[in-house]
Design a protein around this ligand. Structure first.
Ligand SMILES: NC(=O)c1ccc[n+]([C@@H]2O[C@H](COP(=O)([O-])OP(=O)(O)OC[C@H]3O[C@@H](n4cnc5c(N)ncnc54)[C@H](OP(=O)(O)O)[C@@H]3O)[C@@H](O)[C@H]2O)c1
Length: 307
């Protein structure tokens, strides 16, 4: 029986473990990196901006002087950057215990990645798909390894629209719905990957987490948050990043997790609370949608499972 209250004190000792965290310099990724390092893991910080990454690293070192952190530059908007990030990890490290696919962008104005994908699905899903496939062999060779995808309750509003995946006809772009689609994709990818790995008898566990509503830099494109009364009331009900990071941290480290679980806060509408196993919606469990997303991911990245 899992405890309802789970805190940083419940993280087991992580000595000897190697974690990879995308978007490690800010918000949820920063807190997760700090927690793993505090418990003696080596953490590879995948960040797109070296200055921000150094500041984040120094901040953690000022609290935990023995933190073992390695910054490697990673831009999830660019498959070449992802490939060189993965290659550097593969050449430097003998294993990966946990890959935390955390980096994300939300409600950004329309734009495209270096590979011609709409930015939100490009970074949040296709970039992480590319990264996961590039590191899969090494993760698979590591005993008791995990892949954890940070999704969102926003998946409930997401519809997968492969006919206009890339919003090549920009007119139909709705930034909130594009974010919701990308977060639904995080879950379809989680469960689709779990099924495929099980078929290949791989022991990798694949999980997902929703951080609740957490005050980070994610909302920088939400115009409503620049209106003072809305921003103040938002401050009243959201959680702080150390709490928001807990569902993902639990999915990465709790020894009692099961394959395919989805962690989220246990409070009203999963806004805040203790990190517990939750339920993502029916659409995220649709095999048809999982297969459709997989086919498109293979076509776009030219990568598939080869273990
Ligand atoms: N905060 C919430 O309430 C909430 C709720 C549900 C889900 N989430 C999810 O939680 C995850 C983390 O978000 P957060 O709230 O911690 O936001 P955040 O503070 O904005 O952090 C996002 C991180 O992703 C990085 N990133 C963005 N684009 C990237 C790219 N192209 N390549 C590499 N890294 C990139 C950012 O780097 P820069 O600092 O350089 O921009 C930053 O490190 C996201 O997946 C988000 O969807 C958050």
């Amino acid at each position: 029986m899992k405890k309802d209250i789970w805190t940083l004190n419940d993280i087991p000792d992580l000595s000897g473990k190697i974690f990879v965290v995308t978007g490690a310099n800010s918000g949820i990724g920063f807190e997760a990196t700090k927690a793993f390092a505090m418990k003696n893991a080596k953490v590879i910080m995948g960040c797109r901006n070296n200055d921000k990454a150094q500041i984040a690293k120094n901040k953690i070192l000022s609290e935990y002087k023995d933190a073992d952190l390695d910054i490697i530059l990673l831009d999830l908007m660019d498959f070449d950057s992802i490939k060189s990030f993965a290659n550097e990890i593969i050449s430097k490290y003998p294993k990966i215990d946990v890959l935390l696919n955390n980096a994300g962008i939300m409600t950004v104005p329309y734009g495209s990645t270096k590979n011609g994908l709409e930015k939100q699905i490009g970074v949040n899903h296709f970039g992480h798909y590319y990264l996961t496939m590039s590191l899969l062999d090494l993760i698979n060779k590591t005993e008791n390894s995990r892949i954890v995808n940070i999704a969102s309750i926003a998946h409930r509003y997401g519809r997968l629209n492969p006919n206009n995946f890339l919003y090549s006809e920009n007119k139909k772009y709705r930034k909130s719905l594009a974010y919701a689609q990308s977060k639904l994709a995080n879950l379809l990818f989680t469960y689709g990957l779990q099924t495929r790995l099980e078929e290949k008898k791989s022991k990798i566990k694949v999980l997902a987490a929703h951080p609740g509503v957490t005050k980070t830099n994610l909302g920088r494109h939400l115009k409503t948050l620049s209106i003072k009364p809305i921003s103040w009331s938002f401050d009243l009900f959201n959680q702080k990043p150390p709490q928001g990071a807990l569902p993902g941290i639990r999915a990465c480290t709790d020894l009692s997790v099961s394959n395919g679980e989805y962690y989220e806060p246990d409070g009203f509408y999963s806004i805040k609370g203790n990190p517990v196993v939750g339920k993502s919606n029916k659409r995220s469990h649709s095999k048809d949608l999982q297969d459709t997303l997989w086919e498109h991911s293979v076509k776009i990245t030219k990568l598939d499972i080869t273990i």
